[in-house]
Every structure is written in C-alpha cells, then in structure tokens.
Design a protein around this ligand. Structure first.
Ligand code: F6R
Length: 609
C-alpha cells in the first residue's frame, strides 16, 4: 500500500523523508520518491524499486531544503516505473503532490486538462492533481486546493507542496489515513503513525473532508466548508510494532477490518454513474469477443480457488457461459480440453504462485485466451496473462488471506456482470438492482464487522474442540470451504466443509454429540433444503452455529446460536457471510495461543510446486 510522508521545519527534510518511508516499508511498495523545495525550486528524485535504490540515486546530491514530501508507491494505475512514481508535478514544476488512494474520475479530468494544453508524463491517476492545481491556481494556495478537491472524486490522502508558498504543506484525506505529527518548530505529515513515532508521539488524526495547512510552527485545520476544526492531540503510546499494525493485535485482524476500504477501492470507477453497467476499461471487450467463448476455466490455489468457485456462480448465473473451476496444481497435469474459444482466468493475490503461473502458461500453450485477476501490479502472473484485472486490496501481510478474498469476489462479480452486459443475459432492471446493492456492500461490510463480541464468545467456547464442520448449499457451500480453510490454517483445528446435501452420503457418521457445525443459510433459493440438513445434524446433537441474513426468524429455532449478516441479494451475500468466519478463525486461533500472522508450515507466497 502506498505510504506518504511530509516535513516542514528548520532541519533538512530529506533525511526525515527517507527515514519515515523506511518505517512504512513493511506495507509493501514498488517505487519511491521525494520532492524537496529550496530556493524556488522543487527538486524531485524518484525511482522504481526499493528505497535503497532511491538512497543510492541521491547519494552525494541529496536535495537540500527544509520542506518536502515523500512517497512509496504500490502501483494501481500504471505499472511500477520511474515516471509513474510519486511525487508528481505540474507542467512548470510549481507544485508537487503525493497521493494514496484512487482518483475515480481521473480520465475525464485528464482529457480536459490535455485539451487545455497540459502535458502529462505518467500513466497515473495522481498526476491530474498537480495539473488541476496549476490550472485552477488563483494566487491563494489553500483556496486553489479547495477548488481542486471540488472536482475530484474518489478516495485519497494527498499532500500538496507549492513553490509559490514555500512555508506550508497542505494535506487532506477521504477514506485513506492521514496523520500530522506535532514537533517543536517542525511538523510532520504521514499516512501512518510508524513513519513519525521516532520524532514525535503528539499527533492530530485527520478526518475525512478535513484540510490541514501545516507550517513549521502551526497547524490549521478546517472542514470541507472551510470552518475551523478544533482537534484534540492524540498521544500515541503504541510501540513501533503495534504502530505497524495500526493498533490491531495482528495484521490479520487489521486486514479483516480493512475490507470495507479494499472492497470500495476495487469497485471504484468500475460501475457507471447510474448503476446500470459495469465498466472494465482494462478489458475493452466487445459483444463479439465475449460471445466467442465456448467455455471459461477459472484456475487458482487455496483461498483464490475458493474465490474462483464463487466466480463460477457469478459468470454462469449472470453471463450464462459454462465455467469449470480447477485447482492449479491439478489443471496443469490433467490435459484440459482447451482451444482458442476458451478463456482461462487465473486468480492469485500475490501473482507469484508457481502452480497458478504454470497453469496459466499451460493454458496459453494450448491456445486459450488468458486473463489474470491479481493484487500485485507487474507480478509474474500479471505479466504472463493476455489481460489483467487488478484487485485493489493493498498489500496483504498476514499469511491467511482475507481482504484479498473479498476483493477477488468483487472482481469476479464485476466480470460476470460485465460479460452479462455484453451478452444481454441480465435484464436492465435486474442489473441496476444488483449493481445498486453491490455499491452498498462496503457499508454493509463495516456494519458486519462492528459487533465481534458474540464471535469472541463462540471462539472461547468451542476453541478447544478437535473437529469443526462447515455446511451450506450453493454459494453458502463455497463460503463454507473458505471458512474451513481459514480455521485450519491458523488455529490447526481439523475443519471440513461439506455441501449440506452431501453430508448424509457418508460424513454424517462423524456428527456426534457436541461437534460444532457452522451452518450457512443465506441462500434464499435453497433455504428450506438447507434447513432440513441443519435439522439432520441437530438430530445427532451437534452444536449448530448458524449464519443467516438479518430478519431470518426460522434458523433460530434449530440452531444453538445465530450470527446475522445484513440482508442483500443472495449472489452478493458471500461477501458478508465470510466475515464472521474470518473472525471466528481469528479469535479461535487467539484462544488456542497460535501465531496468527505466521501459521506453521505456511508461506505467504508459494513459489514451489
Ligand atoms: C489461505 C491462503 C492461500 C493462498 C494460496 C494462493 O489463506 O492465503 O491458500 O490463497 O496460496 O495464493 P495466491 O492468491 O497468492 O496465488
């Protein structure tokens, strides 16, 4: 995820900028840069690669000046490259900007600015910001920044620096973190607390829509209407390790709670304004091209494979194209029937999983068209596939995948709806209904994550059982598979997911008194059937923890406990139903004293067959 730092004071800015960015390295990045203002010149130094490469580049010629901004970039719009790295400047080098997040309407802004003569150097969405500021500058830095913000849609944390106002930095945020560190005769700006805690523990946490004018001996904060905001100083008492985790005990928990933002980012700019169609500019498919697919394969490993299973539902139900889902390590050796009318979609958070990469190469060799769904720009899988759709989840650090899974579901849904739009297989009214509900998912994820207390209680109560079963039908079954994998990998409990209707064909023999069964019953179309299967396990004295949509009054009659998730369409509810399962596995691992972020025998990126 991108990192931001800024400095203004009486000392040299560059040493702090590099030091602060180093403290944000753990978040992952692919390029780095700084801009320092001195004597009416903004000096920008940036490079693709590690911070060490930037340090090497500036060795012996470190830009001098007491005001500056810095950035580590995790590519979203535009590959990792020197030019795409931040900071970005306008045509005349009067303004420099660093930005985290996504400017959703950057294409239209860019076209307009180009028509007015602005020359862009990068492929990024961010570069519209300095050009827009140059275009709108009216002699008043702060007022001009406000004019820029009026025209920008999306999520962001931004720091602006101006040659014409060398005594201030201006920063603002929307849906991305931003903090101001208060020093003595100097002040700091950062996207995250670890960047500044070696310098100060006194901070202002900036809220959405607020704008801060940061000078070396003052910080002036206003709301979106320009009215002054009185801030309380937040004294950071976390140690460096806790600060990296944003105050959460583990990266996994932090990443679970990052899902509203990760999902919002992944959706951003991919649904049109009136929610009537999906926009996937990166694909640019035509009706003829989509109609040429006789079959789609989705190939992946682990959690990404589980996302693929949900993807099958989405593509088949909406676009009416047959889909087969394969485990990558099996696909490669089973001589799949592929021709040039086949589309193979590979799903991989890291983009480096060797089984998935090998399957992708095999599909290509056999003549398939290929599409990668990945979280890492420029990864091996992204480079190898014909086309790529990125999940914009930001780096996932915990071994157990959480926000990568939900953002993969989002991309699979968008893809299904996109294909359906081109094939005309979903009625316009239904499409609008689905996309309107999809837009509401980030808020519903936040709502679901608000109340974790009951889940903590279940984790304590059942955390020492040796076996747990997860059951469900249709999409509930695919989510059950992911829930059981999560529990296995971090708590080391034997967990099995079963299609609820399949249990009676053998596995029911294992359901005895007190065995916990997590039963998902969110799928309206198979609800009664699922309920019958729940009654079957209850009749064997299992302890049933049900997952249902709010308003369900039936399940409570048969389950010992019910966790409710907000109501939405049954196609979208996996995005919510998986959340209690992620939390349940997390708190169970805590109950058992397991090392949540680094479970035994596992690696984050599996680069061996
Ligand atoms: C489980 C998990 C793994 C990965 C799998 C594929 O929590 O993280 O099952 O999903 O190793 O990894 P990627 O998606 O990087 O290809």
């Amino acid at each position: 995820m991108c990192g931001i730092v800024g400095y203004i004071g009486s000392n040299q800015a560059a040493p702090f900028l590099i030091e602060g960015l180093t403290k944000l390295e753990y978040r992952g990045y692919d390029s780095a840069g700084i801009a320092v203002l001195n004597d009416q010149i903004i000096c920008v130094e940036k490079t693709v690669g590690r911070l060490a490469a930037l340090e090497e580049k500036i060795e012996g010629k470190t830009p001098e000046g007491c005001i500056g901004i810095g950035h580590t970039r995790w590519a979203t719009h535009g590959r990792p490259s020197d030019t795409n790295s931040h900071p970005h400047t306008d045509c005349h080098g009067d303004f420099a900007v660093v930005h985290n997040g996504i400017i959703e309407n950057y294409m239209e802004l860019k076209e307009d600015l180009i028509s007015k003569g602005h020359v862009f150097k990068s492929e990024t969405d961010t570069e519209v910001l300095p050009h827009l500021l140059e275009e709108l500058y009216n002699g008043d830095f702060e007022a001009s920044v406000r004019e820029v913000l009026k025209r920008v849609e999306g999520s962001y944390a931004i720091v602006f620096m101006s040659k014409k106002d060398p005594d201030k930095l201006i920063c603002t945020k929307q849906d991305n973190p931003l903090v101001i560190g208060l020093g003595d005769g100097e002040n700091f700006v950062a996207s995250d607390i670890p960047a500044i805690i070696s310098r100060t523990r006194r901070t202002y946490i900036v809220n959405d829509g607020e704008l801060a004018v940061v000078k070396k001996d003052s910080v002036w904060i206003t709301n979106s209407l320009g009215e002054p905001v009185t801030k309380k100083v937040f004294e950071v008492n976390w140690n460096a390790e806790a600060a990296e985790k944003g105050g959460y005990e583990h990266f996994m928990l932090k990443e679970i709670h990052e899902q509203p933002k990760a999902v919002r980012d992944t959706l951003s700019s991919r649904i049109n304004k009136d929610n009537s169609a999906v926009v996937l500019e990166e694909l640019g498919w035509t009706e003829e091209y989509v109609n040429s697919f006789s079959k789609v394969f989705i190939v992946a490993c682990g959690t990404a494979y589980h996302a693929g299973l949900v993807g099958k539902y989405y593509i088949e139900r909406m676009a009416r194209v047959p889909v087969e889902v394969d485990i990558a390590s099996e696909f490669r050796y089973r001589q799949p029937i592929i021709d040039d009318n086949t589309l193979t979609i590979v799903v991989s958070q890291s983009g480096e999983t060797i089984d998935t990469l090998a399957a992708l190469k095999e599909a290509k060799r056999l003549g398939s068209k290929t599409l990668a769904v990945t979280n890492v720009v420029g990864s091996s899988i992204a480079r190898e596939a014909d086309q790529v759709i990125y999940t914009w989840a930001g780096p996932e650090i915990a071994v157990a995948s959480t926000k990568a899974y939900t953002t993969q579901l989002i991309v699979m849904f968008l893809l299904g709806a996109y294909m359906a739009g081109l094939r005309g297989t979903v009625a316009p009214r239904r499409m609008k209904e689905l996309l309107t509900m999809l837009r509401n998912i980030p808020a519903q994820i936040s709502e679901t994550l608000e109340d974790v207390e009951p889940i903590k209680v279940f984790a304590k109560k059942y955390g020492f059982n040796n076996d747990v079963f997860f059951i469900g039908r249709a999409l509930d079954y695919e989510v059950a598979l992911e829930g059981s994998l999560k529990l296995k990998e971090i708590s080391y409990i034997h967990a099995e997911a079963y299609a609820a209707g399949e249990l009676k064909h053998g596995t029911l023999a294992l359901i005895t008194q007190g065995v916990p069964v997590v039963a998902l019953a969110t799928q309206k179309s198979v609800y009664d059937k699922t309920l019958s299967n729940i009654k079957e396990v209850k009749a064997r004295d299992a302890v049933v923890i049900g997952i249902a949509a709010t308003g369900d009054t039936e399940l409570e009659k048969y389950a010992d406990h019910v966790i409710f998730v907000p109501r939405t369409d049954e196609l979208l509810i996996p995005l919510l139903a998986v959340l209690p399962l992620q939390l349940l596995s997390y708190y169970t691992a805590i109950t058992r004293g397991a090392d949540v972020d680094k479970p035994r025998n596992l690696a984050k990126s599996v680069t061996v067959e």
